[in-house]
Design a protein around this ligand. Structure first.
Ligand SMILES: [Zn+2]
Length: 210
């Protein structure tokens, strides 16, 4: 099963991806996390990406697409995968088609901008495995420590209000057109974000188990 999770930054894609991943036994691929890792490790790709991300801009399509294609060629993706944060542009969506990647479901998590602004400032991410938490809604058992791997939880550099507003604008102008792109393919399933992670997940399951 190959799934795309669409939705604004902070719509809860990462948390939902993690739950879907566990239930269906397929990996989550977050191009954003792969890129942030590359930046932390100061790889060539990381250096290129850093300049864009610091300004709240998107990393160029061809860079992200190459990273993704390399990742999904791994053995653990043979039964499918969940894409979190890709595609972000129509061009990236077309790249999936060009590479013969047949998507089964596109789940569009719908959350208003105001709600997202409140959420993102409380978000924390594991510096080792990328699992996401929230200081109010989704706390780790021990403050500042990842439940899954014991890694340190950090506030992402791009999770401050100014950058978030930029990212939302970029989302509306560059990513939202994918809703029509996938509606036209008959793949788009809108899921209205609920107050709780589990509430949203129940809605997601209705789509995947229909
Ligand atoms: Zn972790």
């Amino acid at each position: 099963m190959k799934i795309i999770l669409l939705g604004a930054p902070g719509a809860g894609k990462g948390t939902q991806a993690e739950k879907i991943s566990k239930k269906f036994g397929i990996p989550t691929i977050s191009t954003g996390f792969i890129i942030r890792n590359a930046i932390a490790n100061e790889t060539e790709v990381g250096k290129v990406a850093k300049g864009y991300i610091d300004k709240g801009q998107l990393v160029p399509d061809e860079v992200v697409t190459n990273i993704l294609m390399e990742r999904i060629s791994n053995e653990d993706c043979k039964d499918g995968f969940i894409l979190d944060g890709y595609p972000r542009t129509i061009a990236q969506g077309e790249s999936l088609d060009d590479n013969n990647i047949k998507i089964d479901y596109v789940i569009d998590l719908v959350v208003p901008d105001e709600v997202i602004l409140g959420r993102l400032t409380g978000r924390r991410e594991c510096s080792k495995c990328g699992r996401t938490y929230h200081i109010v809604d989704n706390k780790p058992s021990v403050e500042g420590i990842c439940d899954a791997c014991g890694g340190e939880l950090i506030c992402r550099k791009d999770d401050n209000p100014e950058t978030i507003k930029n990212r939302l604008e970029v989302y509306h102008s560059q990513t939202e057109p994918l809703e029509k792109f996938y509606t036209d393919k008959g793949l788009l399933c809108k899921v209205i974000g609920q107050d709780s992670v589990d509430g949203t997940y129940a809605e997601v399951l209705k789509v995947l188990e229909a």
